[in-house]
Design a protein around this ligand. Structure first.
Ligand SMILES: N[C@@H](CCC[C@H](N)C(=O)O)C(=O)O
Length: 255
C-alpha cells in the first residue's frame, strides 16, 4: 500500500485513494501516529464519485471524522491533479460539509471555502469575547493582544465545552496572525485553514481586516485570505513531502 505525505503550511496529512468508502478510523489513528506510523494531523482517502472528481473521507489523528479541513482541501487538490483524478488544474470534490473547488498552480493551491455560518457572537469565557463560527467545522475565535499567551489548558476546556476548535488571533488591517487548538488532534497544530477563515470572518465583520489579508499561522508560513463577491478564498503553498510504501503490519480489519 502506497501513501503520500503532504505538508500544508504546518498541517500535515497522509493521503491515498481507494475504490470504496469504509470506516478507516483505526487505520487513521495508526498512520497518523508520529512514532508507530507515518505521522500526521490527519488522513484523507479519495473515493470515486458519480458527480464530482471524487469524495473524501477525512480523519483527524485521533481517528475521529471531520466534515471539513481547509488545509487538507489544498493538499488533496494537488494530489488529485497529479494523479489525474482531477483535470485542468482544478479539483471539485465532495466533503462532509459540501462541495469544494480548488485551483492548483504548481505547488500553490487556492480553495473556495464554504459559506461560513456565524453561530454565536456572545460567548464570554476566560476574560475574552468569543464568536462561534462554522466554516465547515466549528471554531471558537477571540481577538487577543498577545498571541504568545495561548493557555492550552484553557483551550482544552473550551474545546470540550463547545465541541469546537479554539483559535486566538491578532489583526492589523491586512495581516492576521493566529494560533489554533485543534479538535481531534487534541493539541495546538501549526496551521488550520478553517480556523484561519473563521478568524478572518470575524475580523472582517468587525471592520478590522481588509478584503485581502496575509495570514500567518503558528508555522510562520504565509498564506492569504480573500473576500470577493460573497466568497472566501484561501491560498498557500503545499509541499508533497514523500511517497511511501507501507511495510507496517496492518491488521486486516483496518484495510
Ligand atoms: N486542520 C483543519 C481542520 C480539521 C478538522 C478539525 N480538527 C475538526 O475536527 O473540527 C483545517 O485546516 O481546517
Amino acid at each position: 500500500m502506497f501513501v503520500t505525505k503532504y505538508n500544508a503550511n504546518g498541517n500535515d496529512f497522509v493521503i491515498f485513494h481507494d475504490n470504496q468508502k469504509r470506516d478507516r478510523h483505526e487505520l487513521a489513528k495508526l498512520l497518523c501516529d508520529r512514532h508507530k506510523g507515518v505521522g500526521a494531523d490527519g488522513m484523507v482517502v479519495l473515493i470515486p464519485h458519480a458527480e464530482y472528481d471524487f469524495e473524501w473521507e477525512f480523519y483527524n489523528s485521533d481517528g475521529s471524522e471531520a466534515t471539513m479541513c481547509g488545509n487538507a482541501t489544498r493538499a488533496v487538490a494537488h494530489y488529485a491533479v497529479e494523479k489525474g483524478i482531477s483535470v485542468n488544474d482544478r479539483a471539485e470534490f465532495l466533503t462532509g460539509a459540501g462541495v469544494i473547488t480548488a485551483e492548483v498552480n504548481g505547488l500553490y493551491v487556492v480553495t473556495d471555502m464554504l459559506e461560513p455560518k456565524i453561530l454565536r457572537r456572545d460567548i464570554e469565557e476566560e476574560g475574552l469575547q468569543w464568536w462561534l463560527i462554522d466554516t465547515g467545522v466549528p471554531h471558537l475565535v477571540a481577538e487577543v493582544e498577545d498571541l504568545e499567551n495561548f493557555d492550552l489548558e484553557m483551550a482544552r476546556r473550551l474545546r470540550e465545552k463547545y465541541d469546537a476548535n479554539v483559535n486566538i488571533y491578532t489583526v492589523a488591517e491586512d495581516e492576521l496572525r493566529l494560533r489554533t487548538y485543534e479538535r481531534g488532534v487534541e493539541g495546538e497544530t501549526l496551521a488550520c485553514g478553517t480556523g484561519m477563515t473563521a478568524c478572518y470572518v470575524r475580523a472582517r465583520e468587525e471592520g478590522k481586516a481588509r478584503d485581502l489579508c496575509i495570514v500567518f499561522p503558528r508555522s510562520g508560513d504565509e498564506l492569504y485570505l480573500e473576500y470577493k463577491e460573497g466568497r472566501y478564498r484561501f491560498g498557500g503553498k503545499v509541499d508533497k513531502t514523500f511517497v511511501a510504501e507501507l511495510t507496517l503490519d496492518i491488521p486486516h480489519y483496518m484495510l
